[in-house]
Write a protein that binds this ligand. Structure first.
Ligand code: HEM
Length: 131
């Protein structure tokens, strides 16, 4: 498989984790507890793992690695781990603030993916900051 194939697979799993997160959160808020059954939780964990695996295949094809040669890939990697922890916690404890934060984090990760930079503001570089 090549770059485009890995990217489509990555986007498919990204879409699925979005969908599962929104459906599980909606179920919690509206009181439909069926959407938070054990098999749904396990599928969500599996999909998150597949997001990470497909991401690592993309890292391999592009030779961009977290904590090594790409700040925005590092931001996405850390973002995904924090999202998984936060979403799990918020869905378990019915924390509405946690659910909102996890959703905002997902939007942030998509923003990073599209703009390929970790922050909205340009980072000062040694060459320009002293001028
Ligand atoms: C929930 C978590 C994630 C979301 C929502 C997400 C979203 C996206 C999106 C929307 C794109 C397409 C960007 C574009 O075509 O312009 C993309 C591409 C990519 N993602 Fe992710 N991603 C996630 C996790 C990760 C993680 C954890 C990594 C790295 C460890 C990663 C690495 C990449 C790479 C290398 C690309 C290809 C960029 C390119 O084509 O130039 N992603 N991701």
């Amino acid at each position: 498989m090549g770059y485009m194939a890995f990217k489509h697979v990555h986007l498919l799993f990204v879409g699925l984790t979005f969908l599962l997160f929104v459906v599980r959160s909606g179920g919690l808020l509206l009181g439909f507890h069926g959407v938070n059954k054990a098999w749904v939780k396990r599928s969500h964990h599996l999909i998150d793992l597949l997001v990470l695996l497909s991401a690592l295949m993309l890292c391999y094809t592009l030779n961009l690695w977290p904590f090594y040669n790409s700040d925005w890939v590092t931001a996405k990697f850390v973002g995904l781990l924090v999202y998984m922890g936060l979403a799990g916690f918020a869905l378990r404890r019915r924390s509405y603030a946690g659910l909102l934060l996890a959703l905002l984090l997902l939007f942030y990760i998509v923003w990073v993916a599209i703009n390929k930079q970790p922050f909205p503001l340009p980072m000062p570089t040694p060459a320009t900051s002293g001028a």
